[in-house]
Write a protein that binds this ligand. Structure first.
Ligand SMILES: [Cu+2]
Length: 418
C-alpha cells in the first residue's frame, strides 16, 4: 500500500491549472481503482491509498501522474519515478545486482535563464527540450569500474524518442524489456526507445582502459526536434579495475517463461484495430477521444475482451509526421509484427508499450486479465494523451470489476497515521 498525498498548491504557480493527480503504476496489473484512471483524481488537500499486487515477474515499473488533461505538465514537472520489483529467479541469476544495477531515467527539458522549467508543447504536438536529464541531472558523468553494469533505461520524456549508441560502437546486451527479463540476451549496437518503454541493458566496461570516457549518444529518431545538446545523453568514465566481480555475467538463459511470450497466433483469435489519428483537430483513436468516454458517463469502451481471453490488437499509424508509443494498461503483450515483418530483435520480450512509428502497423498479442473492469489504452506522447488520444477497454462483462473512480475514493486531509 502506498499513500499518495496531494500537498501541491491549489493552482500551478506558472501554468495556472488546478493540480489534480492520479497515480498510475505503469507495468502493474493493478485493480481498476488503483490503476490511475484519468478521472480518479486526488485534488490539492486530499489523499488516497493505492494497493499494489506485486505478483508479477521481476521488472522495471515506473509511477507517474495520469490526471485528466494535465498528465504531461505534471509528469514533466516531476511527478514520475521508478519502481523496481524483484523475485527469486532474478536474484539468483549471475547478472549485475546492487551497486552495478543502475536506473537511468531519461528526460528532455528546457529552462529559462533563471533555471525555471519552460513548458511549450507547440500547440499540443509535442515538447522537445534542448537539455537531456538523467535521473534529474543534465548530461551526468558516471564513474565505472572495468566490469559489466546493468542499466534500467526508462524514457520518461514527454515526446522525444531516442536511438541509443555507444561512442565506441560497442554493443549493448538487452536482457529485459517492459515486463521484465527476456528469455535470452540480445546483442545490439543501437536501439530506439519511445516514451514509457523500458529496456534492461548490460554494458561491459572490462575491455576499456582506465581513464577512458565512453559517451552514451542519441542518434535521434524521425520527427524529433534535435538540438546540439540532444546528441549526447551521458558519459561513463572508467576509473579502475572491478572491486567486486560477483554478478558479472550474462547467462544464455534468463527467464525460461517470460509473461506473454508463450502466446501464439491462431486463426480463431479475435483481432481488433486501433487507428491513432487526427480527427477534428484532436488526437484520436478510431476517430474518438476521451470526451466520447466522458459523454457516455464513462460507459463507452473501444474494446471489450472477456476475462482471460487472448486477442490480437493492431495499432495503426498512417501518418508521416509523428509516431505514437502505444501503452495498454493491465496486461503484458508480445509484439507479433511491424508492417508484416518481424519486430526488432531487441523488442522480443514482454512489453506494455510499443513504438508505433511513422506509417507503421504493429500487431501485438495479449491475454486480458487477471482483473475485470475498465482500463485505459493511450498514446504515451503525454501531450497527445492529454489532447485527447486516450481510450478505454473493459475486461469481462458490463458492470463487472471494481469501479475505477467509486470503489476507492480519495479523502480530505489530514490523513490518519498509517
Ligand atoms: Cu501520440
Amino acid at each position: 500500500m502506498v499513500r499518495q498525498i496531494n500537498n501541491l498548491p491549489g493552482r500551478h504557480p506558472t501554468l495556472g491549472y488546478q493540480v489534480m493527480t492520479s497515480t498510475h503504476l505503469h507495468g502493474s496489473g493493478s485493480f481498476p481503482q488503483y490503476d490511475g484512471y484519468a478521472n480518479d483524481v486526488t485534488g490539492p488537500g486530499q489523499w488516497k491509498d493505492y494497493h499494489y499486487p506485486n505478483h508479477q515477474d521481476a521488472r522495471t515499473l515506473w509511477y507517474h501522474d495520469h490526471g485528466l488533461h494535465h498528465t504531461a505538465e505534471n509528469a514533466y514537472m516531476g511527478l514520475a519515478a521508478m519502481y523496481i520489483m524483484t523475485d527469486e529467479l532474478e536474484q539468483s541469476l549471475p547478472i549485475p545486482h546492487g551497486d552495478y544495477d543502475v536506473p537511468l531515467i531519461i528526460q528532455d527539458a528546457m529552462f529559462d535563464e533563471r533555471g525555471n522549467m519552460i513548458y511549450d508543447d507547440h500547440s499540443h504536438s509535442g515538447l522537445y527540450g534542448d537539455v537531456i536529464l538523467v535521473n534529474g541531472r543534465p548530461w551526468p558523468v558516471m564513474k565505472v569500474e572495468r566490469r559489466k553494469y546493468r542499466f534500467r533505461f526508462l524514457n520518461a520524456s514527454l515526446s522525444r524518442g531516442y536511438a541509443f549508441r555507444l561512442s565506441t560502437g560497442d554493443p549493448f546486451w538487452i536482457i529485459g524489456t517492459d515486463g521484465g527479463l527476456r528469455q535470452f540476451p540480445q546483442r545490439t549496437t543501437t536501439f530506439r526507445q519511445s516514451m514509457a518503454e523500458r529496456y534492461e541493458v548490460v554494458i561491459d566496461f572490462a575491455t576499456y582502459r582506465t581513464g577512458q570516457r565512453i559517451v552514451l549518444e542519441n542518434l535521434g529518431v524521425q520527427n524529433a526536434v534535435d538540438y546540439d545538446g540532444t546528441r549526447n545523453v551521458m558519459a561513463f568514465d572508467v576509473v579502475g579495475d572491478a572491486t567486486d566481480l560477483r554478478g558479472n555475467a550474462i547467462p544464455d538463459l534468463l527467464n525460461p517463461k517470460p509473461p506473454a511470450m508463450d502466446l501464439v497466433e491462431t486463426p480463431n483469435l479475435r483481432t481488433r484495430r486501433f487507428e491513432f489519428m487526427r480527427a477534428d483537430g484532436q488526437w484520436a483513436i478510431n476517430g474518438k477521444t476521451w470526451h466520447d468516454a466522458a459523454d457516455s458517463g464513462y460507459e463507452y469502451v473501444w474494446a471489450d475482451p472477456g476475462l482471460n481471453d487472448t486477442e490480437i490488437w493492431e495499432f495503426v499509424n498512417t501518418s508521416r509526421g509523428w509516431f505514437h508509443p502505444v501503452h495498454v494498461h493491465l496486461i503484458d503483450f508480445k509484439i507479433l509484427d511491424r508492417n508484416g515483418k518481424p519486430p526488432f530483435d531487441y523488442e522480443l520480450g514482454p512489453k506494455d508499450t510499443v513504438y508505433v512509428g511513422e506509417n507503421e502497423t504493429v500487431r501485438v498479442i495479449a491475454r486480458f486479465g487477471p482483473h475485470q473492469g475498465k482500463y485505459m489504452i493511450h498514446c504515451h506522447n503525454l501531450v497527445h494523451e492529454d489532447h485527447d488520444m486516450m481510450a478505454q477497454f473493459r475486461v469481462g462483462r458490463p458492470g463487472g470489476g471494481d469501479d475505477p473512480v467509486k470503489a476507492a475514493p480519495c479523502r480530505d486531509l489530514p490523513s490518519p497515521e498509517l
